[in-house]
Each structure stands twice: as C-alpha cells, then as structure tokens.
Design a protein around this ligand. Sequence first.
Ligand code: NAP
Length: 252
Amino acid sequence: MRLTDKVALVTGASSGIGAAVVRRFHEEGALVVAAARSERSLQEVVRPLGERALAVPCDVRSIRHLEQLVRCGSERFGPLDIVVACAGILSVVPVEQVDEAVFDNIVDTNFKGAYFTARLAVPSMRDGGAILFVSSLSAHMGLPGNSVYGASKAALRAAARAISADLRSRGIRANVVTPGPVDTPLFDKREASGDVVAATKKDIAERTPVRRLATAEEIASAAVFLCSEDASYIVGEELVVDGGWRNVYEWR
Ligand SMILES: NC(=O)c1ccc[n+]([C@@H]2O[C@H](COP(=O)([O-])OP(=O)(O)OC[C@H]3O[C@@H](n4cnc5c(N)ncnc54)[C@H](OP(=O)(O)O)[C@@H]3O)[C@@H](O)[C@H]2O)c1
C-alpha cells in the first residue's frame, strides 16, 4: 500500500496503460479520479473499484474540460497528490503526408493536453505531490512516420524538468515514464489492417531483448514507483521501460 489515501488524477484511464495505472493506484490505496473521452469504457474500469474511484468524461484537448476535471476531482476527494497525464494517440504519418490537421490533433492531445492537465492541476495540488508524463521511445529514436508523435513525446521530457524547477519550493516532482512497445489497443487503433498490426507486433517482439511487448501493468508498476515516496529523490527524470530495446544489443 504505497499510495494510501493519496488523491490521484489519471488521464487516458479508459484503456491500456492509463486503465492499468488506475487499477494499480487503487490497489495501492489511492483515491483515483479517472478521465478519458469514452464514458462507457471509463465506467468499465472505474465501476469495479467502488466509491474510491471517480470517472470524469474529458477531452484533454479542451481547456474547459480539463478545468472541469480538476474541479470535479478535488471537490470529490480533496487536494490532488498525484497527476498522471497518460492520454495519448499514435498516428503514423510520413512527413510528406503531415498536414496541419494531423499535426494539431497529435500535438493537441499528446503535448498540449498533457501539459495543461498538469498546468491546471497544479493550483489544486498538495505540496510534495508528483506529476508524471508518459513519453515514448519515439522521442529517442527516428522511427518512420513518427516525426510529429515523437516530437510531441520529446516535448514532455523538457516540460517535466522545467516544471520541476518552477515547483521546487512546493516540493512537487515532475517525472517521465518512457515505455517501449506495450501491448495495448493503441496499436489496433492505428490506420492499418489487423494483419499489418499483428506483423508489426511480431516484428517488435523479435527485436526486443525480452522477446515480447510490455504489459500495461509493467508500465503501471513504474508509475507507482515514480509517484510514491520511494522516488522522493527522483526529480525531472525519465525512466525508460523498454525491455532492453534501446540499450541492449545482441550479436546474431
Ligand atoms: N502502447 C505503446 O506501445 C506505448 C508506447 C509508448 C508510449 N505510449 C503512450 O502511453 C499512453 C497510453 O497509451 P496506451 O498504449 O494505453 O493506448 P490506448 O489503450 O489507446 O489508451 C489511450 C488512452 O488515451 C485516451 N485518450 C486519447 N485521446 C484522448 C483525448 N483527446 N482526451 C482524453 N483522453 C484521450 C483514450 O481514451 P478515449 O479514447 O476514451 O478518450 C485512452 O484511454 C499514450 O500517451 C501513448 O502515447 C504507449
């Protein structure tokens, strides 16, 4: 029980990593405010957790929605201790095909949405709290079709460091978790056929030293650590959870 009675706000909570974070935070004793657009999927995650979790439908691209989210969460459970900005979309678009609409949708969700989730939560946070952004290996590697996605995720690393500097007098730590490939619906939502998605996952698994994609629960474990007192001396840092993808090379 590493988060006993902590109040945590989690976006992207209706699916994949965000849903796993909500469940793990609940198991660790937190009160959880869970947000995403799809109310039905959100309820499926939150309902089994009872009174200690609250579902708030929210589009992170809307400042008005985010203000409402923070207000609902803190009215129900009190000041926030933890904010996890996990909502994100993956669009794989080669640079020649990126137009303003593609750019704005990815950046508005992944960077602006995550940034303002934190920004608008800060006044309602308790001193000593924790902010966590969810980045991606695409921020480190030049993956095809990932120029906007990768840039939107790289921006979060810079933001976490500067936010930690701005909030140092309040003891609020901002960090980043950077997952490698994780087996979540994110892949299936790509603009690709089921066969292409399956082939991509197989290829990724073969290239990864641990020979499989991560589970959402493995990323949630890192989130629990970074948002708990166990990480009290970790500030403006990035934890890469990628099964060795980036650092471990195998001669074949
Ligand atoms: N899966 C991976 O391999 C991987 C790797 C690195 C990083 N990540 C990052 O991890 C995060 C979670 O991804 P995932 O793999 O768990 O994908 P996922 O299963 O598709 O979940 C994405 C979540 O974000 C929410 N979301 C998307 N757009 C939103 C918006 N405008 N407003 C509010 N919520 C929104 C979705 O809910 P609604 O659709 O209901 O709004 C959903 O809850 C993302 O930021 C992603 O970039 C994933």
